[in-house]
Design a binder for this molecule. Structure first.
Ligand SMILES: [Zn+2]
Length: 217
């Protein structure tokens, strides 16, 4: 064993941090016009840095802005122990049209039962949810609303963990995988809060802590 390996904590893991979307297809648009990809990039860069500081090996996906297929994201490092995808949320268009943006706020976490390591995925989703709660964040629960386009079974209401079996990055990942919607940028109040480093730094740290902690269980 090399001295470097000996120096790592026993539970050091190889974790893939995925920045949701790309420059060309940037995902949701915040109330201010700033696109989701840029919010995802801020948070995922910090999550990666925090994990490295904790001794984990990190592979970042889509942080360079280049186009990458959903199915290829989790296969960038197929031998990794865990995959976490960072996103920011929108809402159904009908709520935007009705001017109800301010009613939607908070984080949500998704796992897929079609992932080959569903048990660990769920354990990590819960660990991340616990850390987000501890950081003062609140879960959004509207993805469980029984309407077309939502209807995602809520596995853990307190921690905001939902099942979304068809999510491409989760079901194609060969390792345990979780997708985090950090907050709702279509809500102008929440967007302003999420744009501040004193909000997104602790938020990123919470995601990293949860992702790191669930590797050793
Ligand atoms: Zn997204």
């Amino acid at each position: 064993m090399s001295p470097m390996l000996l120096a790592l904590p026993a539970h050091a893991a190889h974790i893939v941090v995925d920045t949701g979307h790309t420059v060309q297809r940037p995902g949701a648009t915040g109330a201010s016009g700033r696109v989701e990809y840029l919010y995802n990039l801020d948070v995922s860069n910090l999550v990666a840095a925090d994990l490295r500081a904790a001794g984990d090996r990190v592979t970042q996906v889509a942080a360079d802005g280049a186009e990458i297929d959903l199915g290829k994201r989790a296969r960038t490092a197929p031998g990794a122990d865990f995959f976490v995808s960072i996103h920011h949320d929108s809402m159904q268009q009908k709520y935007i049209d009705a001017g109800r943006q301010r009613e939607f706020a908070g984080f949500s976490i998704f796992v897929s039962e079609r992932n080959p390591n569903y048990e660990k995925s769920l354990r990590c989703a819960r660990a991340i949810g616990e850390q987000l709660l501890a950081a003062g964040e609140k879960p959004s629960l509207y993805h469980a609303e029984p309407i077309a386009g939502e209807n995602r079974p809520l596995i853990d209401r307190r921690l905001g963990v939902h099942r979304f079996d068809g999510l491409a990055v989760l079901k194609t990942a060969p390792m345990a995988a979780v997708l985090v919607e950090v907050g709702v940028i279509v809500n102008p109040d929440e967007e302003r809060r999420l744009a501040r480093p004193d909000t997104y730094k602790p938020l990123a740290q919470a995601i990293a802590r949860g992702a790191h902690a669930c590797q050793k269980l």
